[in-house]
Ligand binder design. Sequence first.
Ligand code: F6P
Length: 324
Amino acid sequence: IKRIGVFTSGGDAPGMNACIRAVVRTAIYEGKKVSGILHGYQGMIDKNIIDMNSRSVSNILQLGGTILKTARCLDFRSPEGRQKAYHNIKAEGIDALVAIGGDGTFTGAEVFSREFDIPVVGIPGTIDNDLYGSDFTLGYDTANNTVIDAIDKIRDTAASHDRLFFIEVMGRDSGCIALNCGIAGGAEAILLPEKETGIDELIAKLENAAKDKKTSTIVIVAEGDKNGGAYNVAKRVQEKFDFYDAKVTILGHLQRGGSPSSFDRVLASRLGFAAVKNLLRGETRIMVGLRGNEIVTTPLEEALRSKEFKLAEDMIEMTNVLAI
Ligand code: F6P
């Protein structure tokens, strides 16, 4: 390996910059050259590639977003798109890749690496925390802190007005943010994509809260909840239960921004360092991750396909208990 290409792809996540810094500096320390591919796979297709050195990543450790930009690239799904991408990165002398992103990124990396026999190591970067093979993904901790800060603020106003709030958090397929922040924010109910809760079941919980003279009630709704989002849930609840004045807050993309927490900065640095070390050791089509306090590797295929339930059962059970 002479030149490593690094890129971020899919939804951005706080900690991606700290990770890019670690990849670039570790590779240079090991005597390799580094290219930054802009806008993920789109940058390979458009040949939007820059040369990087240690100074290109100065002062980015603490920044949210990604200096390499990111995209969700449809063209890369076609064999023609991938052929073009390969042609372009080869012309730049890139002979190995570090892919920072989530499941869409790894699906592309897996196929590309097999088709063109190019070594790839993946780094889990998504606020969703939905990859098997790492207890935490980059950005998840920061996003949780952002969401908890918002829930606390909403609680102030909810309690002052005796209101019921439905707060929608990100996670199309993953309830990790919803469950974690629901517990940390003292939510009265949490709706998850992984576990269906019917409207009547939810109303029963809210009625109990009202009977017990709760002055405010917060329901966290994961984006991927099967009832169709916070506005829908609020509407259906209010049709049958109008004890409280209900309000809806969708936290949306603010959950993706902000300076990474210290946890995410350290995780990003460890994973970036480990990704390059593993590439240079001859490993490919793996994802580096954190298990306990150890850096581990998992085949990309497994990281993507495992249906391991990532939500802790005790946390689901305790949501009802701690809300009484
Ligand atoms: O995968 C990260 C994520 O923020 C999800 O939680 C969310 O469903 C999705 O990306 C939103 O994607 P976009 O920014 O493309 O709208």
